[in-house]
Design a protein around this ligand. Structure first.
Ligand code: SF4
Ligand code: ZN
Length: 320
């Protein structure tokens, strides 16, 4: 298959019928990222954008593009934050340090251990003990802690830790590497759970409530599909980590991911269509929840939408 320029194509995008060579493909990805930043007004003059990096392809691409743009127009500053969740063999800081150095970006390290007081490995161990005890009925356990998925703990804590670190380094925006697939998975997950408040927070500018305790999150990769970010990383030779987390199996999000991938194979364009439809609904949702109050968690004083924040609820149930 040939690209429009006559060179051999590296990708055929079934969703829009285009075949592109290496150069045209990379340009198309970069163009979409720039367009998202511009159209959604993700970055303003004087911003300090912290990029949440993991060593994976998506956050590396986010960091690469933002550092490239910042170097040229010098209107904003970029830093990187890595969160070490404490998962043995996963999330290695050293390779990320190398990547940041090659882009000339300072890296800040935050850990679950320092911020939450425990690690993901310890949390899962504890959860499994509680689960076993419940099964053996040796203890009465009055909550469903055994059913909490690893990714629920991880997601809630990572959000908290990233936000804390971003505030600490004086960041005004927090960029995350969510691609189109991630975004569509979030949309479907919230539809299925009926969580419209959460759905209202989806979007390239992922914030409804303005509060100085929250650093606004931005998603520059929102219009780029997962397989495109993977191909881009491969073409550019980013030294990224493709390893999978040992705790990730069987999460609700993964089931949704598989369902969407299956649908996309049979009906090309499904993911783009879900996103486009959602974007038409989003202004209505945002209006509905615009006045939502943020309070302080009575345990940790961090921002919360109820009396106790989600992180403290999870910690309490685990009794760590
Ligand atoms: Fe955390 Fe789940 Fe990702 Fe593992 S797969 S790092 S547990 S969110
Ligand atoms: Zn071409």
């Amino acid at each position: 298959m040939k690209c429009k320029c006559g060179k051999t194509a590296v990708i055929f995008k079934r969703y829009d019928g285009q075949a592109l060579c290496k150069d045209h493909f990379c340009r198309s990805v970069e163009k979409r990222i720039r367009r998202t930043i511009r159209q959604e007004k993700l970055i303003s003059r004087g911003d300090h954008v912290a990029v949440g990096v993991s060593g994976g392809k998506d956050s590396t691409l986010t960091l690469y593009m933002l550092s490239k743009i910042a170097k040229r127009d010098k209107r904003f500053k970029v830093s990187a934050i890595i969160v070490d969740e404490g998962i043995k063999g996963y999330r290695r800081v050293a390779p990320v340090r190398k990547i940041c150095k090659s882009f000339d970006i300072p890296l800040h390290v935050a850990t679950f251990k320092d911020s939450v007081g425990t690690t993901m490995d310890a949390i899962i161990k504890k959860r499994d003990i509680l689960k076993k005890r419940r099964k053996a009925k040796t203890h009465e356990i009055d909550d469903d802690v055994g059913d909490v998925k690893a990714c629920t703990y991880c997601g809630v804590f990572r959000r908290k830790v990233l936000n804390e670190k971003a505030i600490e380094i004086g960041a005004t925006k927090l960029a995350i590497g969510h691609n189109l697939d991630d975004e569509v998975q979030s949309i479907m997950a919230n539809y299925i759970r009926g969580d419209l408040l959460r759905a209202a927070r989806i979007g390239a500018r992922a914030f409804v409530v303005k509060d100085k305790r929250f650093v606004p999150r931005i998603k520059p990769l929102r219009s780029v599909m997962e397989k495109e970010t993977a191909l881009y990383a491969m073409i550019k030779g980013f030294d990224v980590d493709f390893s999978e987390c040992p705790h990730g199996e069987g999460s609700f999000r993964w089931e949704i991911r598989d369902m969407l991938n299956d649908f996309e194979v049979r009906h090309a364009g499904t993911k783009h269509s879900i996103l486009a439809t959602f974007d038409r609904l989003l202004p209505f949702l945002q209006k509905e929840y615009a006045g939502q109050k943020i309070t302080s968690c009575k345990r940790c004083k961090e921002p919360a939408s109820g009396e106790v924040c989600k992180a403290c609820q999870l910690i309490e149930k685990l009794d760590v």
